[in-house]
Design a binder for this molecule. Structure first.
Ligand code: KG4
Ligand code: ZN
Length: 414
């Protein structure tokens, strides 16, 4: 089955084609053979540079860019060997294999952005004469750890010594090897950390899962972005704070770990953000604390915006490292609490913040220590992309969960 997918929920325009090969026992527990998802194309057109200037995503600018980018990506999806028969038609390429299903993100996200994707998908579905399904962006993130597919060669006959000439029949068989038997152990705990959400989910199998907790205020990614803004760093703040944190001391400032010890699966990052703000204000009112190194930050000074108070490189790094240490402590503690309570055998980490290497390392270490295997998607599938929307569309088709109407729904949740 071939799925064409479209993602325009925020500031990335993305289009993908994913080919799915079905395994036999998709729903069985505890060990589940996963379907094989082969990403044929995953095009992402980022608007970061445009929004970075404004310190956050501007909805109408995002909509304008999506409107411009969608037809461009669609042309690229169909390859260059286009033979344009009818200029009004969206289908130009006679060699293009028509997908079986079209999937589009319907929410959550920015309403103007979501609508551009939904309207474009409706037109495309009519042109291609294929069914269109609405996808929850958060389900896309949730399943993104399935990308890219692991290849597991289980059949011993394929383990041929290097120098041995392979029989022709076997050479013909080789491409099929990609369809590996990747087994996942359930139950699993998934931590979804993005710019808009911080959610913990317990999964009974790939089709059945339950949200057990989420943030009461700011999402983890949002906290990264706001703390970065306080330090006059451009949007998005996550990658820059991660970079600065590498040179800093995570124990330099004892920022709070909100709700870490509470026996629930809720999060709160707004208090932590406020603590960082108070700390930064204390630096301004006590300039003697800034007497350390005056060397400019390793972050290119051209990407920093102007502010009245210029932090030293050391201060930027220490605040970043101490803030990040607090965020990772909380995320790890809550996830491991869930692993223990639900007897999870796997931990899945997904969403934009999952691109953070320190978080991946610490959570993997903690999950393994608690007896669970750790999975995270390849970096290109952490932040918003359409390939994960195709995966979610496929698994939605296979489940009895409610279908989403083809209407932009900015407040959709898991
Ligand atoms: O999933 P995503 O692309 O969009 C949403 O659905 O929100 O996540 C974007 C968020 C932003 O807040 C960004 O700062 C954060 O992910 N992020 C990171 C890193 N890369 C992106 N946060 C921490 N460390 C990173 N390396
Ligand atoms: Zn996202």
């Amino acid at each position: 089955m071939r799925i064409l997918s479209i993602e325009t929920s925020c500031d990335d325009t993305s289009m993908a084609i994913v080919e799915v090969t079905e395994p036999k026992n998709l729903g069985r527990t505890p060990s589940v053979l996963v379907p094989h998802f082969k990403v044929l194309k995953n095009l992402v057109s980022s608007q970061t540079k445009i929004h970075s200037h404004w310190g956050g995503v501007v909805p109408n600018l995002a909509k304008r860019e999506h409107l411009k980018n969608l037809p461009i990506l669609w042309k690229r999806i169909m390859n260059k060997e286009l033979r344009i028969k009818n200029k009004k038609s969206m289908i130009h390429n006679s060699k293009f294999v028509i997908p079986d299903l079209l999937a589009v993100t319907v929410g959550p996200g920015l309403e103007p952005s979501l609508w551009t994707g939904v309207e474009f998908a409706k037109k495309l579905s009519a042109e291609l004469k294929i069914p269109l399904v609405g996808v929850n962006h958060l389900e896309g993130h949730l399943y993104s750890f399935l990308l890219p597919q692991k290849t597991v060669i289980t059949n011993i006959q394929y383990l041929i010594p290097k120098n041995k000439k392979l029989p022709l029949k076997l050479v013909e068989e080789l491409p099929k090897l990609e369809i590996g038997n990747w087994k996942l152990e359930f139950p699993a705990v998934a931590l979804l950390v993005s710019g808009g959400h911080t959610i913990l989910v317990v999964m009974k199998n790939l089709k059945t899962w339950k949200k057990i907790g989420e943030t009461r205020d700011d999402a983890a990614g949002e906290a990264y972005d706001k703390v970065a803004k306080m330090m006059s760093l451009p949007y998005p703040g996550g990658p820059l704070i991660e970079k600065l944190a590498k040179k800093g001391n995570g124990k330099a400032i004892a920022f709070p770990r909100p709700m870490m010890r509470e026996k629930n699966y809720e999060f709160s990052f707004s208090g932590l953000k406020t603590s960082v703000l108070y700390y930064l204000k204390s630096l301004v009112s006590h300039p003697e604390r800034s007497e350390g190194s005056r060397e400019e930050s390793s972050v290119d000074s051209s990407v920093r915006q102007l502010s009245d108070f210029r932090m030293t490189a050391e201060q930027l790094s220490d605040v970043s490292a101490s803030f990040q240490f607090a965020v990772i402590d909380v995320l790890t503690a809550k996830t491991i609490r869930a692993v223990r309570e639900f007897g999870a055998k796997s931990v899945f980490l997904c969403g934009g913040v999952a691109a953070n290497k320190t978080l991946r390392k610490e959570l993997k270490k903690a999950a393994n220590a608690a007896g669970a295997e750790f999975f995270a998607p390849d970096f290109e599938y952490n932040t918003d992309n359409a390939a994960m929307i195709a995966v979610a569309a496929y698994l939605q088709q296979k489940s009895r969960r409610k279908k989403y109407p083809l209407v932009a729904d900015s407040g959709l949740t898991l």
